[in-house]
Ligand binder design. Structure first.
Ligand code: M6R
Length: 445
């Protein structure tokens, strides 16, 4: 009387066991479970489960029986489908007005003056004592963190630094109980982000996660989580989760500005600008065909450089990452001021330069960068705020963005660059949702 058994064990990667009426499901990600699964058991490192048709036994690291309450998945599991879109990535790009609204909902007052994070209330005494923010993340989440750190410094006048999580590991980074670590991750399962978080927690830091996956390892290990509320993101190239990470960074900057008693009028001005973002993204999405026209004219290039200064440098990094990931075009991003320190040597008449010009504070300097690359024969596509005529006089093509303040123009710039990368990849016939050599969640080092 032989019963088939499956034995599973967790080691340095997530392991979730979904319990439903039709049986037991095993996955590294709850999004893979059928919709009816509402109860999930998460195994920690070294734990094991033996599963048969009608039994489920758990064991701890020592091999002793383990009792664990199942986690109830909150809210209805969203249906995962492309709808009428040819790719998940395009659908997710077009969801951004809604996902940005969801990220703001109930957190930012109607006049933009006040931010409420109920999730952070239990941490208030420690947050008041915080002297600096250390933001960590990988890939796109690192780029969002770079933008977040700049906003916290500018809006909340609080020291903030963003370090790519894999580079922080083993570095014995200075960090103590007065450091707030902000760990950014769409999946909440990125091995390097979790590894860095554990090192910093070991030094006494308080950890707040900005995460899209409510039941992920990151949300279980952080002291508090601010959910991105972007809904499941299926395309490997992050789009809606990335812009929600910037929005959460902006809200966090406003939250700290209040704690640090920064002038309410300044906070209100920034908060009101944040409230305008969803409509501005809608307007930008209506310009898809124009961006597609420009993108198609670039489909034949094999290498490109992205330039930006101040807030636009991380936006350039993100634009280059999107183009690399899905169009397989060599794309490197540089701070505009670094051009003369080396990168200019590779620019010639075969080059494509994408110049992010939506930071008005240093626009004249960014324009210098356009002139430098134009003088070497490069084709220049600029992204600029409507009304910046100086840019149209210099660039070959301009992608116009609705007028916004400099920090939040990063959202508009990156949405335009998502569409650009998508249209280039599409014109090249590339595999968009699952690019070669990449995975959605990087659960290994
Ligand atoms: O799940 P995470 O946000 O932690 O993932 C981090 C990166 O792996 C991710 O942003 C990656 O760079 C994306 N494919 C970018 O589009």
């Amino acid at each position: 009387n032989h019963t088939a058994q499956i034995t599973v064990a967790a080691k340095e990667s997530p392991l979730a066991i979904g319990i439903g009426e039709r049986g037991i499901f095993i996955s590294s990600d709850v999004n893979a479970f059928p919709q009816e699964i509402r109860e999930v058991l998460f195994l920690s490192d070294g734990e094991m489960a033996i599963i048969s048709a009608d039994t489920l036994e758990l064991f701890n690291v020592q091999g002793l029986p383990l009792k664990r309450e199942a986690t109830q998945l909150s809210g209805p599991q969203e249906e995962i489908s492309k709808g009428s879109y040819p790719h998940f990535m395009l659908k997710e790009i077009f969801e951004q007005p809604a996902t940005i609204r969801a990220a703001l909902k109930g957190r930012l007052s109607c006049d933009g003056a006040d931010v409420v994070f109920n999730e952070l209330k239990p941490l208030l005494p420690r947050l008041h004592a915080c002297e600096r923010l250390l933001i960590i993340g990988c890939g796109g989440a690192w780029h969002a963190g770079l933008i977040g750190a700049k906003m916290v410094e500018e809006i909340a006048r609080t020291h903030a630094q963003c370090v790519v999580a894999s580079e922080l590991r083993g570095c014995d980074t200075l960090c103590d109980a007065k450091t707030l670590v902000v760990a950014i991750s769409q999946s909440g399962e990125t091995a390097d982000t979790l590894g860095a978080l554990r090192e910093l927690k070991g030094k006494g830091a308080l950890v707040v996660a900005l995460c899209n996956a409510p039941s992920s390892t990151l949300t279980r290990e952080a002291d508090a989580t601010l959910l991105l509320r972007a809904g499941p993101e299926i395309g490997v190239a992050s789009t809606k989760a990335f812009t929600s990470q910037i929005v959460l960074g902006a809200l966090l900057a406003l939250y700290f500005a209040k704690l640090k008693e920064i002038d309410p009028a300044r906070r209100k001005e920034f908060g009101s600008a944040l409230l305008r973002l969803p409509e501005q993204v809608e307007a930008l999405l209506r310009a898809r065909q124009e961006i597609a026209r420009i993108a198609k004219s670039c489909a034949g290039v094999e290498s490109s450089i992205f330039l930006g200064r101040r807030y636009m440098y991380p936006a350039a990094l993100e634009g280059a990452l999107k183009l690399k990931e899905i169009a397989y075009i060599d794309a490197n991003a540089y701070p505009g001021g670094e051009l003369k320190h080396g990168p200019l040597a590779i620019v010639d008449k075969r080059s494509l330069a994408i110049v992010c010009c939506a930071d008005k504070k240093i626009l004249d300097k960014t324009c210098n960068a356009i002139m430098e690359v134009k003088a070497r024969g490069a084709k220049v596509i600029a992204l600029a705020q409507e009304g910046c005529d100086v840019v149209s006089a210099l660039a070959d093509e301009v992608i116009w963005l609705p007028p916004q303040n400099d920090p939040l123009s990063t959202v508009l710039t990156t949405v335009a660059l998502q569409i650009f990368a998508y249209e280039v990849a599409n014109a090249r016939g590339a595999e968009i949702d699952q690019p070669r050599n990449l995975a959605k969640a990087i659960t290994v080092e």
